[in-house]
Design a protein around this ligand. Structure first.
Ligand code: UDP
Length: 195
């Protein structure tokens, strides 16, 4: 696993294709696998947010999302093969999930947005096995039900759109007990897909 240190955050040197392949392997491996898409904002935030820094340092995969991260690599004489944008990565993971009938859970964004995003994505990649969706605005009681639903549904891919760093912290705090599950923080990707 080749990584480049970008201001203290280890970022994986991978193409989009390699990122997809890595995720495919994670479904077979024990534990919860957190995938993060690092842009300059996230890297800067991790410099003063210890919890975020620890999460990113222990993540299963951190891709270079954003020109700033690619540039920082070049400054250190380390070349990232390409930008792996969060929205593109989530689209590609969903395309793969459609093909392999991988169960997907979608959490985050305003009510109805994830559902609309899924409908739009399905027009492009074919039908998905969506085992559950929930908006990103919930209280503690609903949260307990969401976590339960994710576990009970057998979701293998969990897309979490709560914004940075809330989504990364939520995944690592709430889903750590899952097994063979990939959870990725996707920021505003549902909004983009729904638009
Ligand atoms: N969001 C949410 N719950 C929250 C805060 C944010 O569901 O408590 C959603 C918001 O609706 C949006 C996404 O999280 O869809 C954050 O998008 P943004 O583009 O701000 O992401 P970032 O730039 O933080 O990656």
């Amino acid at each position: 696993r080749k990584q480049v240190d970008v201001l203290g955050v280890p970022v994986d040197v991978v193409t989009m294709k390699e990122a997809i392949q890595r995720v495919q392997h994670m479904y077979e491996e024990p534990g919860l696998h957190l995938v993060a898409t690092a842009n300059a904002e996230m890297v800067m935030l991790a410099r003063r947010d210890k919890e975020l820094h620890t999460i990113l340092s222990n993540a299963a995969l951190v891709v270079a999302d954003g020109a700033g991260v690619l540039w920082a690599g070049e400054q250190k004489g380390q070349h990232f093969p390409e930008r792996v944008a969060g929205c593109d990565l989530s689209m590609a993971l969903l395309a793969e999930a459609a093909k392999r009938r991988t169960p997907v859970y979608c959490l985050g964004a305003a009510p109805g947005v994830a559902e609309q995003a899924i409908r739009n994505v399905e027009k492009k990649v074919g039908s998905l096995v969506v085992v559950g969706t929930h908006s990103g605005f919930f209280d503690d009681r609903e949260e307990a039900r969401i976590i339960d639903a994710i576990v009970q549904s057998g979701a293998k891919l969990v897309l979490v759109a709560l914004g940075v760093p809330k989504q990364e912290k939520w995944i690592s705090q709430k889903l750590a007990h899952l097994d063979g599950v990939v959870a990725i923080g996707i920021g505003g990707s549902f909004d983009v897909m729904a638009g």
